[in-house]
Each structure stands twice: as structure tokens, then as C-alpha cells.
Design a protein around this ligand. Structure first.
Ligand SMILES: *Cc1c(COP(=O)(O)O)cnc(C)c1O
Length: 429
């Protein structure tokens, strides 16, 4: 039934670590063979064995317009015809920067990069350059890409594979990252009381999306804002996942928090590789060539990527006025309610959360608030649920410690089909 994918995976494993170019794609958390993608259209993804899935993985978040949206494809093809890379500036980059700044008012100046990892890595360097301090604070289970300083108690594939502290990261680098439990206001207060003057910056996922989907408890982000301000540290909101997804202006709009720096990725590229970091003008003034903090990229601001990103953001701006974010939230809530209801009917502990275009489904008795909670979920149940849903033509994340995603092209038909599948699969667990 998965013959083609199995053969493809065998071939891939001979030439790539684990057969993949990013660890979570190997489906280790749920066992089995990953399905190989053949094509995607709108809310649907087709694998090379001819199965068709309603896609809630959406390339791990970027595809808020679904697969191969005609306007995005056209923008990319148009750009490609004029040349795929120049190494000198294009007006498209300015247009893109203006668009990002319009949607996220805390960003006064922005630099484009090629991935979320580059964005967060550069933002940390900038926070250290600006403050002249060394220590960075991050939260357990938050994932900020794979740069050395941030591979400490990280979420996503790092958590899924149980590799909290990666070999190859120098001890000195790891020890300059201080970690705290997510949503723990008292722990943050205490750390700042003890070491506030050594801290260059706090980096946080304003809605954690890499240990499942975990919203901030009231007061958490507000406390981080206050503490960083009081102690001369920078607050970096890592909105690589939440940006343009939990609201048009990201989590900072949704929760009313103005960070010093913001990192972006995923949705910003419209499905092409883009990341960005930006924020306060006085802080960004340190970035070369205006300032001494060096950061560069041969393909940064690439015209194909800018064209896709810009088309995607312009469409989002229009769709937001027509209630896109409320619609995604309603659909996400329906999936959560159906999941929790079906599980309760079977006496299986379950909980979930929907926020804008993100959602999380957990086999856990109470709301999940921290990495500790997330790691106490029932993983065997999730694996069975995941495979059952695949068989019914619905693709969720192949790990409970990841988020689910909605797009603007998931409609009533996809949601009700998914609800019916959830009921059947949970009833058979
Ligand atoms: C995905 C993600 C990253 C890393 O982005 P890449 O493009 O995979 O390098 C960083 N931070 C958060 C919050 C993410 O979700």
C-alpha cells in the first residue's frame, strides 16, 4: 500500500542521514515509513503511491495558502523569467520590507535571510552586540532553529528524538544559554533578580509550536517584556511559526506585546525559503553595513522567494479583512472539540488548543502548559491516531510534539470530512 514510498525511502537512506534532509521527516515518533510527496493542490497533498490527504502539516507551517496557489505560482514563474538571482539589490526587496513593516509595527527595519535558523541566530548575535552581554535566556521545549546557542533543551525534532543537548555544541556556547520552564513567571522573575545584568536577551516562541501547540498563560509574555526592559536586555519574539499565522500581525498583535526584535520565517516566504529579523531602528543600526555586527547572505532577498512571500502577504492582508484568521480559529476549534469529545466518549484523556491558524491535539488529561506536560502525553495513542487518520486520508504532524496548521483554502468540506475521520479513528483506538 506504501510500496513506492517504501522503495523511495530505502534509496534515500543509502545517501542521506536517515533518508531525509530534516529529521522530523523520517516519521520516527510514529514509527513506519514517511510518505513521499508527489504533488499538492490547495488543501490536498498526494503521495507517490497515489494516496490523497487533507494536509494539516502544510510543510510544517509555511503554506497558509495551501499547495501551489495560482497567484503564488504565477509570481514565482514571472520572477524566474526575469532572472533567479542577481547579487545586487532589487526593488522587490524594498517592497517586501515595506509590507512586513506595515503588518508588524514593532519592526522598524528588517533584514531578509533564508531560513528561520538564520533569523534567530542573527538576532542573538545582534542582542549580544547591542547589550555587550553574553547570556541568552530560552525556554524548555521551544525550538529556535539549529544554531549552537539555541540547541539547548530545544523542541521540535530535538525533543521528538530525545536529544535535548546535541553533541557538537561547544560547552562554552551551551552554557551561555540559560533555560527556564515555559509559562513559568516566577522562574523568570527569579532568574532576572539573580542575573539580570548579565542577560543580553530573552528569546521566546510567543505561542509555543514546537512541543505541540501551547499558548502563553496570561501575564507570561507581559512579565518577560517588563523584566527585559527593567534589566536592559532585549526581548526577541521568535515568530517564525506564529508570524502571519496566529493573527495577521503575529502573536505580538494578538497579545499586544511590543518586542525589541522579531524573527520570522515559514509563512513569510509563501512556501519558498525565507527568514527575516527586524525590530527597533536603534538596534538594527548595528547590522552591517550600517553598523559593525556582520551578517550576510549570497541568496538573501532572492527574487523568487521575495515574489512568493510578497504575493502571499498581500493576499493575507486582504483576506484578514474578510475574517480569515477568525475562520481558521473556528475550524481549528472544531477539530479540537471533535477530537476531545470523541476521546472523552472512549474514556481516553485528551485536550487541545486552537489559536488562529495553529492547533494542537494532545492525549493528556489537562491543558498542556509546559514541556514537562507535553512530554507526559500518551505517545502510543498519538501514533495509532496518526496512522488511523492517514488511512482515512488526513495528514496531521507525525509527532504529538508539533503543531497542526490550517490554511486559507481549508473549507467546510475539508473540516467536516476531517471531523468524521477523527470520530471514527478515535472510536477505534
Ligand atoms: C521552524 C522554526 C524555526 C527554524 O526555522 P527553519 O526555517 O526551519 O530554520 C525557528 N523558530 C521557530 C519558532 C520555528 O518554528
Amino acid at each position: 500500500m506504501y510500496k513506492a514510498s517504501e522503495a523511495a525511502f530505502e534509496a534515500a537512506k543509502r545517501v542521506m542521514p536517515g533518508g531525509v534532509n530534516s529529521p522530523v521527516r523520517a516519521f520516527r515518533a510514529v514509527g513506519g515509513t514517511p510518505f513521499f510527496a508527489a504533488r499538492g493542490e490547495g488543501a490536498y497533498l498526494e503521495d507517490i503511491d497515489g494516496h490523497r490527504y487533507i494536509d494539516y502539516l502544510l510543510s510544517w507551517g509555511p503554506l497558509i495558502w495551501g499547495h501551489a496557489h495560482p497567484a503564488i505560482v504565477e509570481a514565482v514563474v514571472d520572477a524566474a523569467r526575469r532572472g533567479t538571482s542577481f547579487g545586487v539589490p532589487t526593488t522587490l526587496e524594498t517592497e517586501m520590507a515595506e509590507q512586513v513593516i506595515r503588518l508588524m509595527p514593532s519592526i522598524e527595519v528588517v533584514r531578509m535571510v533564508n531560513s528561520g535558523t538564520e533569523a534567530t541566530m542573527s538576532a542573538l548575535r545582534l542582542a549580544r552586540a547591542f547589550t555587550g552581554r553574553t547570556y541568552i535566556v530560552k525556554f524548555e521545549g521551544c525550538y529556535h532553529g539549529h544554531s549552537d546557542s539555541l540547541l539547548v533543551k530545544a523542541g521540535s525534532g530535538v525533543a521528538t528524538l530525545g536529544l535535548p543537548d546535541s553533541p557538537g555544541v561547544p560547552t562554552a556556547t551551551a552554557s551561555s544559554t540559560l533555560t527556564l520552564p515555559y509559562n513559568d513567571v516566577a522562574a523568570a522573575e527569579q532568574l532576572f533578580a539573580e542575573r539580570g545584568e548579565e542577560i543580553a536577551g530573552v528569546i521566546v516562541e510567543p505561542v509555543a509550536g514546537n512541543m505541540g501547540c501551547i499558548p502563553p498563560v496570561p501575564g507570561f509574555l507581559e512579565t518577560l517584556r517588563r523584566l527585559t526592559e527593567e534589566h536592559g536586555a532585549l526581548l526577541i519574539l521568535d515568530e517564525v511559526m506564529t508570524g502571519f499565522r496566529v493573527a495577521l500581525g503575529g502573536a505580538q498583535e494578538r497579545f499586544g506585546i511590543r518586542p525589541d526584535l522579531t524573527t520570522l520565517g515559514k509563512v513569510i516566504g509563501g512556501g519558498l525559503p525565507v527568514g527575516a529579523y527586524g525590530g527597533r531602528r536603534d538596534v538594527m543600526a548595528l547590522v552591517a553595513p550600517d553598523g559593525p555586527m556582520y551578517q550576510a547572505g549570497t541568496l538573501s532577498g532572492n527574487p523568487l522567494a521575495m515574489a512568493a512571500g510578497l504575493a502571499s502577504l498581500q493576499m493575507l492582508e486582504r483576506a484578514a479583512k474578510e475574517g480569515l484568521y477568525e475562520q481558521m480559529q473556528r475550524y481549528g476549534q472544531r477539530l479540537v472539540d471533535t477530537f476531545v469529545g470523541a476521546a472523552q466518549a472512549r474514556g481516553i484523556p485528551a485536550t487541545g488548543v486552537a489559536i488562529g491558524g495553529m492547533f494542537g491535539l494532545f492525549f493528556h488529561p489537562e491543558p498542556v502548559r509546559s514541556y514537562r506536560d507535553a512530554s507526559q502525553c500518551d505517545f502510543a495513542h498519538y501514533a495509532a491516531f496518526f496512522h488511523g487518520m492517514l488511512q482515512k486520508g488526513v495528514a496531521f504532524a507525525p509527532s504529538q510534539q508539533e503543531s497542526g496548521f490550517l490554511s486559507a483554502v481549508h473549507g467546510e468540506r475539508e473540516i467536516s470530512t476531517t471531523e468524521a475521520a477523527i470520530r471514527e479513528v478515535v472510536a477505534s483506538l
